[in-house]
Design a protein around this ligand. Structure first.
Ligand code: PRP
Length: 211
């Protein structure tokens, strides 16, 4: 049996996703001990997990350091890594949206100033609408950009809507729904096909159970 290297996103979503792997029969007891280690292996089950920053999972998988991993659809749309998307895990559900202050009025002829952590997603969206935009790339706290007059609108992830509400913004358009996806390295999918398909089938059952 070949060992499958699995990159999981550190944090709450990753914990949830690991529980799905565990329920699918790919447990790794050491991972549940409370420590700061980042790599865990269960040789009997043929799995080696490692925790990485959520936005880095696709890089590990694309370059083959991980055979499979779990990444948000937002990251896949923004960076377009050359990987296979095997399964929608239907957790980490949220949406990519345009939001603006209540006072915002759109003038179609003008250039729209858009603050976002996701410039490629924003650009694709507005290109389709033939809308001229000026992208302001930020790395966090996007919600304050329109409040301070840095931008007209923001393109960001909305989950519960609390962050928008508490900063006086309202969602005005939904760009795309987002959820966590199981992704695979293209070469691994060929050379560890049996192993990867077994994991994917096990997870698919968990997704259906959660429905
Ligand atoms: C995301 C996003 C919003 C918030 C939305 O940030 O950028 O700020 O979550 O969630 P809500 O609708 O439930 O309030 P995240 O917590 O991922 O941190 P980040 O800004 O570092 O990406």
């Amino acid at each position: 049996m070949k060992t499958v290297n699995i990159a999981l996103p550190k944090g709450r979503l990753g914990e949830k996703v690991y529980q799905m792997f565990r329920a699918a029969g790919f447990d790794c007891p050491a991972i549940e001990e409370n420590n700061r280690k980042l790599i865990f292996e269960n040789r009997e089950k043929g799995v080696r997990y490692f925790w990485v920053k959520p936005s880095d999972v696709a890089i590990y998988v694309e370059r083959g350091a991980a055979d499979i991993g779990v990444a948000g659809k937002d990251i896949l749309l923004e960076y377009r890594p050359d990987v296979y998307e095997l399964l929608d895990l239907k957790v980490g559900n949220c949406r990519m949206a345009v939001a603006a202050p209540e006072s915002f009025r759109d003038f179609v002829g003008s250039t729209l100033r858009v603050a976002t952590k996701f410039p490629a997603i924003a650009e694709t969206y507005y290109n389709k609408k033939c809308r001229d935009i000026d992208i302001i790339k930020l790395n966090g706290s996007i919600e304050i950009a329109p409040i301070l007059g840095l931008s007209d609108v923001i393109v960001d992830i909305v989950e519960t809507g609390t962050t928008l509400r508490e900063n006086g913004l309202i969602p005005i358009e939904t760009i795309v729904p987002i959820s966590a996806r199981l992704i695979a390295n293209k070469a691994s999918y060929k050379f560890k096909n049996e192993e990867l398909r077994a994991i994917c089938a096990g997870l698919e059952k968990q997704v259906n159970n959660n429905d």
